[in-house]
Design a protein. Structure first.
Length: 227
């Protein structure tokens, strides 16, 4: 009987000596975080969350693209907003100049409900050159560059719609993105136009579009999706 009682004690000692001590049931926070990072849905939700909540990263991301934007400040009751200075974007060998601004708005200073990028292009001479057609991609380059700083990207339907200057309204797991190509005033100078890209936070208290930005028609959205 004494030998039988001693065996378990000897076995435990041997396991401990070989690094085989019994595993603790305590949860390691570092392991929990690592497991979350391996969950694509949780990781993407975290990344999209920073788009709307991380003011420092927002400022840096905007600055990298030429937009200087301050933290949001109070405006009308229950509203907070910040708008960048206007910048001029002109591609090499292109006569077209694009004036662009970035605006962030929300109902608190710490949480963005909506970003609005505006692009107003002028100087189209009517010639369909590569440098002229590249101007059509300016909104997509800016959108992709801004979101890329947060390790997220627009989806293929959004990219297709913006590249083809077709209206787009797409809801993603972490945001709703709307592209309004604006009307064409002169078919001979079709690149003289104002376009808008809006990024809307899911669950925003006031996620409505600006009054001068109509929601794209579903048919146009379906066309962009099929590209």
């Amino acid at each position: 009987m004494k030998i039988a009682r001693a065996l378990p004690m000897m076995l435990c000692a041997a396991l401990a000596a070989c690094g085989g001590a019994p595993v603790s049931n305590t949860v390691d926070p570092a392991n929990t975080m690592a497991n979350d990072l391996l969950d694509p849905a949780k990781e993407m939700a975290r990344r999209w969350g920073t788009v709307f909540t991380d003011a420092d990263m927002r400022t840096r991301a905007a600055k990298d693209l030429g937009y200087t934007i301050a933290p949001m400040t109070a405006g009308a009751p229950g509203t907070f907003a910040a708008k960048s200075d206007e910048q001029v974007i002109q591609l090499p060998h292109s006569p077209i100049k694009t004036r662009s601004t970035l605006e962030a708005s929300g109902t608190t200073a710490a949480l963005v409900d909506r970003y609005v990028f505006t692009f107003t292009a002028t100087g189209d001479d009517g010639r369909d050159s590569k440098s002229a057609s590249d101007v059509d991609k300016t909104p997509l380059r800016v959108l992709s560059g801004f979101l890329g700083r947060f390790d997220v990207q627009p989806t293929d339907p959004i990219k297709a719609g913006i590249k083809s200057l077709q209206p787009v309204d797409v809801s993603l797991p972490g945001a709703r993105i709307v592209f309004d190509p604006g009307p064409i005033a002169d078919l001979k100078h079709k690149r003289n136009r104002s376009t808008m890209v809006t990024i809307i936070r899911p669950g925003a208290k006031n996620p409505t579009l600006p009054q001068d930005q109509a929601a794209p028609a579903k048919a146009a959205q379906d066309k962009a999706t099929r590209k």
